[in-house]
Write a protein that binds this ligand. Structure first.
Ligand SMILES: [Fe+2]
Length: 282
């Protein structure tokens, strides 16, 4: 069991529910970053059969050192529990001056469960804008699409190119729309992706000490990301730039449903949106 201080907070969980990802900049120390890149070049980092307990994976490789970091353990445990299963990994290498980008897509969505997998994306070296990196569309994780069905969409409002320093990590909801951008530098680009399945009910797995804390309320919906002190309801009601003019209510309703699932609080609502839909007088 990981120390509580390494678990996510309720605010971070609300941010994950609202936007479909969390970002941790410069989390991984450089000795691990260097070892992972050497390991990729030497082809010593090998995946496992889908469904293998994560605790049995990657022993003797630098990826194990990465996974054993208490902060990484805290992220994993908060989102998918202490003993998730390995689903698949992918070592994404983009060659220098590679002449193309990947189309916008979502990974392996076969159904529309509320239960979710996570994908960790780990960037072992600095990724400047011209190097590409992963591009994300915040808040897109409830728009379940089949793989590359959205590949024709480009330059969505609010998209985020992952420009980061070495050792940065993304934790993604499996539904989020993303793609690999073009590498326009003369250096190779590395990114390691790992998908994990929960093995426990995803119910209050994070540090819930602040769950009922009264935060500052916003009068208006705001455009993310949330700042420290933001109210959970405000975080779940935040807008993304690509939302339609009518305030993104479909997204907010989906967030409320996921927040109820994660907290077990069946009465939770944001501005009466879901309660209104549940009003079905006989
Ligand atoms: Fe992908």
């Amino acid at each position: 069991m990981i120390e509580k201080k390494h678990l996510l907070t309720s605010q971070q969980m609300a941010e994950f529910v609202a936007r479909g990802f969390l970002r941790f900049d410069e989390l991984v120390p450089d000795d691990i970053n260097q070892a992972v890149m050497r390991g990729i070049d030497q082809q010593v980092i090998k995946g496992h059969p889908a469904g293998t307990p994560l605790s049995e994976c990657y022993h003797g490789t630098p990826i194990r050192k990465l996974l054993d970091l208490p902060q990484i353990q805290g992220i994993i445990q908060s989102l998918v529990g202490e003993n998730p299963r390995f689903d698949h990994d992918a070592i994404h290498v983009r060659e220098a001056n590679e002449g193309r980008a990947q189309g916008l897509h979502a990974d392996s969505i076969i159904d529309c469960r509320t239960h979710f997998d996570i994908q960790l994306m780990y960037f072992p070296h600095d990724v400047p804008l011209e190097m590409g990196g992963t591009l994300l569309l915040p808040g897109s994780h409830f728009r379940r699409v089949n793989e590359m069905d959205v590949a024709a969409y480009q330059n969505m409002r609010g998209q985020i190119p992952m420009v980061c320093k070495a050792g940065s990590v993304l934790a993604l909801h499996h539904g989020i729309w993303h793609c690999g951008r073009q590498n326009k530098t003369n250096r190779r680009r590395y990114m390691f992706k790992l998908r994990l399945n929960p093995t426990v009910r995803q119910l209050r797995l994070w540090n819930t000490d602040d769950l009922d804390k009264k935060y500052r309320r916003h009068q208006e919906m705001f455009v993310g990301p949330a700042k420290e002190g933001d109210d959970i309801r405000a975080i779940l009601g935040q807008r993304e730039p690509w939302f339609e003019a009518a305030s993104g209510r479909l997204e907010v309703v989906n967030r409320i449903k996921l927040w109820r699932f994660l907290t077990g609080d069946e009465n939770f609502d944001v501005q009466y949106w879901l309660t209104r839909l549940e009003n079905v007088p006989a």
